[in-house]
Design a binder for this molecule. Sequence first.
Ligand code: SF4
Length: 343
Amino acid sequence: MPRLSSRLLDWYKKNKRSMPWRDHPDPYAVWVSEIMLQQTRVETVIAYFEKWMKLFPDIPALAKADEQAVLNAWEGLGYYSRARNIHKAAKIVAEKFNGELPRNLEDLRSLPGIGRYTVGAIASIAFKMDEPTLDGNLRRVFSRVYDISEFADSPAGEKILWGLAAENLPKGQAGDYNQALMDIGATICQPKKPRCLLCPLMEICKARENGTQELRPVLKAKKAAPQYVHAAAVIVERGRVLLSQRPADGLLGGMWEFPNARVETDPAKELTKALNAAYRLKVKRKEALGVVQHAYTHFKVTVHAFRCESVSIPKDKKLKWVKLVELDDFPMGKVDRQIANKM
Ligand code: SF4
């Protein structure tokens, strides 16, 4: 579809969104922004990006940073494995590539947290290479413009969509082409109620012609997310509070939380037994502090927080007394930060 890229580029010239990492194609800035933008809206990312670039202005600075400082700077953005991976990758780049992101695509792809999408984005935007990319926005736009009925999240669908992204790519202008598609997907070709009348692709869009816009992309049905209930203990003694550090890998890896455990039906009754089983921590339950709910990608959790007094605390590296005045320096997920704010 030759008209697709020229329409996109014309539209982009007049309508591109202003973002702090655009027009300064420093590969590090493009990399940070692309990782932050995964699963997160531009409006949220801008403030995080600006703070991040002040704290860690280049790859060597990030490589030298302490993991707690990195997680702290990411706190609130979610999907914390992104922060741990960018930190790990910065250390590799500092050591192996002299502190500069490699231009070789295989080397780039070998870095933690950099997948096919991020390689395409960095290569096209920062290195001006003729590389396609495909994120959720681009997947939706191509699925609609070509009215693709294949599952977009299946290997066959992915192949078709990557093929379309590549075959429409205008030589020498891949960065603008990819960013135009990102912007159109985010602001016009939205998941629900696409604004076709404002779209530069309206006249060539097959889904628009067939009235199938809201049926594209076709995605596999998601399983309902399980719902868990946890009980958490807030133990404050002599101006300090007891926190527990999560394992380095996995959900919220390396972040801090109030000691907590999953319960079945009655958080107040089950709290002491559950904490003893999880940490060998013995507590006396006092009053309820509140209930916090959160939806992660694959499950939902409701956490009942109680003020507690300690009876006995095991020697355990993951448990730590933290001064209340220093609580903000310990990176936490949304649930625990809300509990901290309730104290
Ligand atoms: S015409 Fe509508 S459905 Fe087609 S790409 Fe544009 S906004 Fe999306």
